[in-house]
Design a protein around this ligand. Structure first.
Ligand code: UTP
Length: 319
């Protein structure tokens, strides 16, 4: 039975969004030898700028970006670029100048260096030093995950205000896809179909062993208990400190953990398969390039023999 949380400290509004971006990006080699995957453009805008937009929309003032020593291009993207802007304005290219200015106008960016890729949990633990002493909650957004339409984090904050603790974003996927994801073991909450209490999590289970079809996506709202849990989390799979292990510890120790079920779309930008689909789908909606991309996609689909089309699986991305 879930009871509403009454501690007024949890009504603190969101100020900081943490963006872990220090991973090696091995699924995107050789591109990621020199270009961080977070700077690869979805049509024309890097994933890191899309996340900055989303964080600002959720009301955050600060983006704490966890970067690796070799990935300083990510923070450079949020520089002033005064010369380039002046040059574009002089040439009458004001729309282009506005595009250059946009990243730095959206939100204040603070870099936190993760010296070694010791795991997503370790990356999130480094954010503790970036928060103000009186910041009770913060959000984490994985730049690999594009969650559309924008706005789910604001809804998650409202759930956090009601129940306290941790709120995770989940999507309901077909049973055949559960083995690609972290799957939630959940209990319904009467009168709240979009919110569920989390009883546990299973990483990439078989269809038979999956406790539900609700899977994790890369959006989280935490209170400060996560830092304590991360300090007590030992390296798990791949020798890395796993964020899911720390969340599991919170659940086992009785902290409230809930999911908000996202009804929209999700694109996995962390591998070429998901990234190309995202570029294609968002490209089809682009005001300038959309018409020609739609035409090319329609032509490519028509060229597939009917038998091939019939055997096409639903479009999903794997991580
Ligand atoms: P991923 O596992 O998807 O990213 O981590 P990766 O390690 O870069 O990818 P591959 O498997 O090598 O292709 C999810 C998020 O966590 C960040 C990544 O940058 C990504 O945004 N991360 C991961 C860190 O910041 N630090 C780490 O030590 C690991």
């Amino acid at each position: 039975m879930v009871t509403a949380h009454t501690d007024s400290a949890h009504s603190t509004p969101l100020r900081t969004v943490v963006v872990p971006a220090a991973g090696l990006g091995t699924r995107f080699l050789p591109a990621t030898k020199t270009v961080p995957k977070e700077l690869l453009p979805v049509v024309d805008t890097p994933g890191i700028e899309l996340v900055a937009e989303e964080a600002a929309e959720a009301g955050a003032q600060r983006l704490a970006v966890i970067t690796a020593p070799a990935k300083d291009g990510i923070l450079a993207h949020f520089g002033d670029f005064t010369e380039l802007r002046d040059h574009l304005v002089t040439k009458g290219k004001t729309a282009e100048a506005a595009k250059v200015a946009r990243a730095v106008e959206i939100i204040t960016v603070q870099g936190v260096v993760q010296e070694e890729p010791l795991g997503l949990g370790h990356a999130v633990s480094l954010a503790e030093g970036a928060l103000d002493d009186n910041e009770e909650i913060f959000a984490v957004m994985l730049p690999d995950d594009l969650v559309l339409p924008i706005g789910v984090t604001s809804q998650m904050i409202r759930v956090q205000e009601q129940f306290g603790g941790t709120v995770l974003c989940a999507m309901d996927v077909p049973l055949e896809e559960v083995s690609k994801y972290g799957v939630f073991d959940i209990a319904d909450i009467p009168g709240q179909p979009g919110v569920k209490q989390v009883l546990g999590m299973v990483e990439k289970p078989s269809q038979e062993k999956a406790p539900s079809t609700f899977v994790a996506t890369g959006r989280y709202v935490f209170d400060r208990h996560i830092f304590d849990a991360l300090r007590r989390t030992t390296p798990g799979k791949g020798g890395e400190i796993q964020l899911t292990d720390a969340i599991d510890l919170l659940i086992r120790e009785g902290h409230p953990v809930h999911i908000l079920v996202h009804e929209g779309q999700r694109h996995d930008l962390g591998n070429p398969g998901g990234y190309i689909i995202a570029c294609m789908e968002l490209g089809m909606e682009h005001p300038v390039y959309g018409a020609s991309i739609r035409e090319a996609v329609t032509r490519a689909a028509a060229a597939l023999a009917p038998a091939t089309l019939a055997s096409v699986q639903p479009l999903t991305s794997s991580s």
